[in-house]
Structure formats: C-alpha cells, structure tokens
Design a protein around this ligand. Structure first.
Ligand code: EPZ
Length: 417
C-alpha cells in the first residue's frame, strides 16, 4: 500500500492551479446517460472517483474517450444492467446513476452507495423524491430496484437541503412529464454547474443555486460541450496551506466567491490574502488568532473544509471551537492529529471539538481516516518538524488531482513511497 512521505517546514512559493470540482464532475458523468447524443466534458480532474465512474459507464456499455482533462461520453447504445454491489460501493456518487437511469429508462437496479465513513449518510430524501415523481422503490438489504411506468412532475420538499438528493431528483425530473418544483433545495455551486450542463442539453431548469428549483420535463436531450467549475474544496485546502507556509503563493484558476465563508474566517484570524478575479495570493503572517467555526450548508462554512481548518487552528493562538452540524462523525482525524502533537479534544456529543493553539507539530506515522481527514494530516505534515508518513492515501487521491506534483512544484518535500 503506497504511503505519502513529507518533510515538514518548507516555505511554499509560486503558483498552484486548481482542477475541476470533484463534487460537480461526479454528477456530470452519470448525468451524461440522460443525453441521447454525445457529451463532451472539459476540465475533468484526474482523480480516482472519475476512474470509478468510468468503470460503471463501461459496465453499462457506454463509449468513453478520455484525453487528459477532456471526457467524451457516447451513451446512445447503453444497456440498462444492474450496477453490481462492488461498483456501487466504490464511491458515494454512484447514487447519481439512480436518478440518471430512472430518468432515461424508468428503471434502475443497484446497491447502496459507498463514500467516506463520516456518518450514516442515508439516501431517504433521494428515494422520497423518486417516489414523488411516480417511481416505486423496492429495497432489500442494500439492494435497490427503482422503477416507474411513467415519471410525472411533482412538488417535492426536502426536509434537509441535501446536495445529493437535490441533484438526483433533478436528474430524474428533466425528462418527467410536466413540472417539478424542489423546495428547500441545496444551493451549492456544483448544483448550478449540473443544472447549466443539463440546460446546455436542452433541459428546462430554473432556480439552481437558490432554495427553489423548477424543472419542466422535455422529451429529448441533445449533445453538449460543458466545462467543470473549479473545485472550491481543493482551492480552500491550498488556501489553508498557503496561510501556514506561503510566501507570495498564488492559488490560481479558482472562484473566490465560492469560498466566502472560508475567506471571512481566515481574514478574522489574521491571514493576509490578496483576492483577484480567479486567484488569491497569500503571504504567511507570523501569528494568527483562534476563531470559532460552525459548518453549515452553502453558503455557510463548508463541512468538507472542517477537518482541514482544524489543522490551521492548531497554529492559532488561543482556544478555537469547531462545531460540525452536517455529519455526526467527522472528527476522526483529530486522534491522528494529536499523534503529531496537536492539542484537540472532541466533546462527548461528537458534534464539537476544541483546538488549542499554538502547538508545535512533530512528524509521525499517521493514517488517513477519510478523504478530508487525510488532507488535514497532509497539511499538518507540511508544517510539522521532521518527517511524516501518511498511510491509506487512496482516500486523498480520490479527491485531489496531482496533489504531490502541485505541492512539489511550489517547494514542498513530498513523495509517494
Ligand atoms: C455531498 O455529499 C458531497 N459529496 C460531500 O462531500 C459533502 O460533504 C456533502 O455533499 C455536503 O456538502 C459529493 O458531492 C459526492 P448531503 P452528499 O446529501 O450529497 C444527510 C467530500 O469530502 N442526508 O448534502 O451525500 C446526510 O446524512 C464529500 O467531497 C440524509 O439524511 O451530502 C448528511 O448528514 C464528503 N438523507 C447531510 O444530509 C438523505 O437522503 C448532508 O448530506 C441525504 C442526506
């Protein structure tokens, strides 16, 4: 099993270019099967989640051409086969094949999706949406059959603004008869990216990015060319690294307005950022103030940056309190962080953590517990005294395109061993 080895303490200078958004492209790829013609997606990140989704498309006999960041998908001749448990388990986003196959064939058979163990992560809201559109859901120990004679638009209220449920219902509704309204929809930028993509194919979606999305069903979706938006969580990860080690370090090809909450909190702590149109230049400042973080749905502070900012908070003077409101088990990385000298404590309801700073971190052998937890350890290793090895790095490679190359480029001592 490969590991990442990092020698900490090196100043980082130069430019890091952000890749396409994982949480957008993992929806764009399954959604391509709604289209009866060829779909071209550009700015596709080179991450294993994309590889795993391609395996599922090939399993359905779609044709795929991948040339660096460009992906061409021809699903004109796909077969509607059951998606095996092994393929369904590879990632959380396999569940987008539910909405896409339901929308295309009115029938889908697959298993409960995979994804990081950061909570129970049920899909009840997805299924409630499909049923509202006229589908029948048969679930038997993690196996799902979802089918409909016809899909008819309806008004759907989401008890929680779930990103996955919002997108999945959109996929099932674009070819349903009549009008669908999703109320209390999630507003993440990735949802806007998926809606724009479907509209480029001829769908009729309005309101993406707000809490009410309206979809008018259409019969046919034609070919389209679409670009993945920059990954705001990757950009945020590098922004936090820059605050800790940057000297004139530019995070390029990003959308600052997608990171308002993070930028506000880093500014509050004393980080020096020069914000451009599609980049941010950061210079490390000597000392930072402790701050409190509370994760919320977009545009609040993103839960996906919660674990990564806890590493930053170990370098902030004072006591910081982090509250995780989205997932019930997203502090697992802290026990590994404490092995490197961090002083963190999780409160017994597992929803709040206290981070004491400033603590000197020292190199250690640690294990990634999940994707963003792994990223938090990588950030810690970059600032720690001495050498760190990180195990279970397949988590990290799921969501960070060329992270070793990008960090090496700006002066980090990081390698795969
Ligand atoms: C997406 O997951 C992202 N993953 C997650 O990123 C991200 O943390 C999350 O949105 C929130 O922003 C992908 O896009 C592939 P949710 P998703 O449905 O769709 C509960 C990363 O690190 N819920 O908004 O699964 C659920 O249990 C990953 O890149 C239900 O109860 O998120 C969770 O507590 C991690 N029932 C909360 O809602 C449902 O039917 C948020 O889930 C669906 C969700």
């Amino acid at each position: 099993m490969p590991k990442i080895k990092i020698e900490g303490g090196h100043q980082l200078t130069g430019t890091i270019t952000v890749s396409g958004a994982k949480n957008s492209v993992v929806a764009l790829i399954p959604a391509a099967i709604l289209c009866d013609e060829i779909v071209t997606i550009s700015n596709v990140p080179n991450i294993t989640d994309v590889d795993d989704l391609e395996k599922i498309l090939l399993h359905l006999n779609a044709k795929i051409d991948r040339d660096k960041e460009e992906l061409v998908i021809d699903s004109s001749k796909i077969e509607n086969k059951e998606i095996t448990q092994e393929l369904s388990k590879k990632l959380r986003a396999s569940y987008y094949f539910m909405g896409a196959l339901l929308g295309r064939f009115k029938h889908v058979e697959m298993y409960f999706p995979g994804g990081c163990a950061i909570g129970a992560r049920p899909i009840n809201l997805h299924l409630k949406g499909f049923e509202a559109l006229g589908a029948k859901v048969i679930e038997e120990d993690n196996h799902f059959i979802i089918k409909a004679d016809k899909l008819k638009g309806n008004n759907i209220y989401l008890d929680f603004p779930s990103v996955g449920a919002t997108i999945n219902i959109m996929l099932a509704a674009v070819k349903a008869k009549g009008k669908t309204v999703i109320d209390n929809a999630a507003q993440e930028p990735e949802i806007v990216n998926v809606a724009t993509y479907l509209n480029n194919m001829g769908a009729k979606i309005k309101g993406a990015g707000t809490s009410t999305i309206t979809i008018i069903g259409v019969r046919h979706l034609h070919k389209c060319y679409h670009e993945v938006i920059p990954d705001r969580i990757e950009a945020g990860t590098y922004l936090i690294i820059a605050a800790l080690l940057g000297k004139n370090l530019k995070i390029d090809n990003m959308i600052p307005s997608h990171l308002e909450a993070l930028i506000a909190k880093l500014t509050e702590s004393g980080v020096d950022m020069e914000i451009g149109l599609d980049n941010i230049i950061v210079n490390k400042v000597g000392k930072y103030k402790a701050i409190d973080i509370k994760t919320l749905v977009y545009p609040g502070f993103p839960t996906d940056l919660q674990q990564i900012i806890t590493t930053f908070l170990t370098q902030c003077k004072g006591k910081s309190i982090v509250e995780e409101t989205i997932y019930e088990n997203r502090f697992q990385n802290l026990k590994e962080l404490n092995k490197m000298g961090a002083k963190t404590k999780v409160k017994k309801d597992n929803r709040k953590a206290i981070i004491k700073g400033v603590t000197k971190l020292k190199g250690a052998n640690v294990t990634a517990t999940d994707l963003r937890g792994g990223a938090s350890l990588l950030v810690a290793a970059l600032i720690a005294n001495g050498t760190t090895t990180i195990d279970n790095i397949s988590y990290i490679l799921r969501g960070y395109d060329k992270i070793i190359e990008k960090l090496t480029e700006v002066g980090a001592k990081i390698e795969l061993i």
